[in-house]
Ligand binder design. Structure first.
Ligand SMILES: [Zn+2]
Length: 414
C-alpha cells in the first residue's frame, strides 16, 4: 500500500533531514462508513532535502489507493468557482504578451488532473479548445457530462506522447495542485514539456512553501501531498526537464499558492518573477532552520488547539466545519476526536454519512450540523481557508455561538 523513501525524489540525494513527525495517520480522504473497517495508519513525517531544499514526506502511497475514487470536487466550493475566472483572465493576460501564441485563435488548452472540469469550462466559454485528463473516474464522468472532453487516466510521459500524436501540441498545459501529489514527478514534468512542445506554455499551481512556513499550514501535510515546493525548488525541478520559468502570480487557493509559467522557449522573465525569486531567497524559505522553527510552532499550536476545544466541549457542544483532507491532519495531530467534536459539517453530499479519517467524527450536512448547535455552542472552522464564505453562511443561518478559527498562524475566536 505504501513505500518509505530514503532518497530525495527530486535530486536523488540521500541526505533527507527529519523536520516534523505528525505520527501514523490514515489517508486523509479515506472517509469510511461507520460499518466499514477502520483505515490503516501510515507514517506521516516531513523531511527536507539538504541538497536541493525540497520539503517532502517519506511515505509514498500507491496512487490507485489515493486518487481513483476521489471525493473532493472543485465545483463544490464557491471560492474555487470564482477563482477559475480570475485564473483564466490571468493566463490570457500573460499569453497576450507572447509572440506566436498571443493572437492565435482558437487556442488549445490541456489540463492535467482536471477534476470536474470547472477550470476548463471557463476556457471553453472563451472559445478555446479544451481537453482534460483526470484519474478519478467518478469525477471525470461529471466533467464529461458538463461538456468538457475528459480522459480517465493518470498523466505520464507515455500518455503525453499519445496526446501529442493525436491532438498536436497544446498552447497551454495546466497542472493545478497536482505536481506535489505525484511520486513519479519527473515523468509528469517531462510529459508536460512534450504536450506543450517548443512554444507552448506550462502553467503549474502549487501550495506555496513560503505561505506554509509563514502561516503555519501544517494541516496541509498529508499523504497525498508528497512535496511542499517553494518557487525556487519548483523552478529547479522544471529546469531539469528543459522548462524555464518566465512569469508568476499568487493564488488564494489552499490559503496561498503560487502559479508559475514555464516554457521550453526562453521567453523573457517578467520583473514579477525576478522579484518573487529574490523575496523567497530573502525569507530563507529553503533553509533547514526555518523548517525546524515551523515544526516547533506546529507542535505548540496543535497542543493549544486541543486545550481550547476540550474547554469548549466542557461548556457546550462543538461542531467542526469542513471535512477536508487538511482537517484530517489537524484533528489527528491535535488528538481531537468524537469525544470533543460531535459532528463535522460538509456540504459535499459524497462525504455526508461517513466518518472523518482516524478521528471518527460523523460527517453531516450543513442543515443537520447547524441544527445541533445553539448560542452556548462552538463551531471549529476546520476549513479555515474558506473563512469568509463559511462564517457568512453560519451567521446568516442564525448561529450566534463562538467560531474557533485555528489558522492562519494563531487560534482566534470569533
Ligand atoms: Zn533533493
Amino acid at each position: 500500500m505504501y513505500d518509505l523513501v530514503t532518497d530525495c525524489r527530486i535530486c536523488g540525494a540521500t541526505d533527507l533531514d527529519d523536520v516534523l513527525d505528525l505520527g501514523a495517520q490514515p489517508l486523509a480522504n479515506h472517509l469510511r462508513y461507520p460499518s466499514d473497517r477502520p483505515p490503516e495508519p501510515i507514517p506521516l513525517d516531513l523531511r527536507l532535502c539538504l541538497t536541493c531544499s525540497t520539503a517532502q514526506i517519506s511515505a509514498t502511497v500507491h496512487p490507485h489507493e489515493l486518487f481513483t475514487s476521489y471525493l473532493w470536487v472543485t465545483g463544490t466550493s464557491d471560492a474555487a468557482r470564482h477563482y477559475s475566472d480570475t485564473f483564466v483572465d490571468r493566463v490570457d493576460r500573460v499569453l497576450s504578451k507572447l509572440d506566436g501564441i498571443g493572437n492565435k485563435a482558437p487556442k488549445f488548452v490541456i489540463e492535467v488532473a482536471s477534476n470536474d472540469g470547472t477550470f476548463l469550462r471557463r476556457f471553453l466559454e472563451r472559445g478555446w479548445k479544451a481537453f482534460g485528463v483526470e484519474p478519478a473516474g467518478n469525477i471525470a464522468e461529471t466533467a464529461a457530462a458538463c461538456g468538457v472532453p475528459t480522459l480517465t487516466e493518470f498523466f505520464s510521459t507515455e500518455l503525453a506522447d499519445l496526446l501529442q500524436r493525436e491532438y498536436g501540441c497544446a498552447d497551454v498545459v495546466v497542472a493545478r495542485n497536482v505536481i506535489p501529489h505525484v511520486a513519479d514527478v519527473h515523468s509528469v514534468i517531462e510529459g508536460l514539456a512534450t504536450v506543450a512542445g517548443d512554444r507552448g506554455v506550462v502553467v503549474i499551481e502549487a501550495h506555496s512553501a513560503e505561505v506554509i512556513l509563514n502561516e503555519l499550514h501544517y494541516d496541509s501535510i498529508y499523504h497525498e501531498h508528497l512535496f511542499y515546493f517553494s518557487l525556487e525548488t519548483l523552478c529547479g525541478l522544471c529546469e531539469q526537464h528543459g522548462l524555464y520559468p518566465f512569469d508568476v502570480f499568487d493564488s488564494p487557493i489552499s490559503g496561498g499558492s503560487v502559479v508559475a509559467f514555464f516554457a521550453q522557449h526562453r521567453y523573457p522573465p517578467s520583473s514579477r518573477l525576478d522579484e518573487e525569486v529574490r523575496r523567497g531567497r530573502g525569507l530563507e524559505t529553503n533553509s533547514h532552520d526555518r523548517w525546524e522553527a515551523f515544526a516547533d510552532s506546529a507542535i505548540e499550536h496543535a497542543a493549544t488547539l486541543k486545550e481550547v476545544i476540550a474547554e469548549c466541549s466542557r461548556s457546550g457542544k462543538v461542531v467542526g466545519y469542513g471535512a477536508s483532507a487538511r482537517s484530517s491532519t489537524m484533528l489527528n495531530f491535535a488528538g481531537i476526536t468524537s469525544a470533543d467534536v460531535v459532528a463535522v459539517i460538509d456540504q459535499n453530499k459524497l462525504k455526508q454519512g461517513r466518518l472523518t479519517a482516524g478521528s471518527d467524527i460523523p460527517i453531516v450536512s450543513p442543515e443537520v450540523g447547524i441544527g445541533k448547535i445553539g448560542k452556548s455552542d462552538t463551531v471549529l472552522l476546520l476549513a479555515w481557508n474558506f473563512k469568509e464564505e463559511i462564517v457568512d453562511k453560519l451567521r446568516r443561518s442564525g448561529f450566534r455561538g463562538s467560531i474557533v478559527v485555528p489558522l492562519p498562524r494563531t487560534i482566534r475566536v470569533l
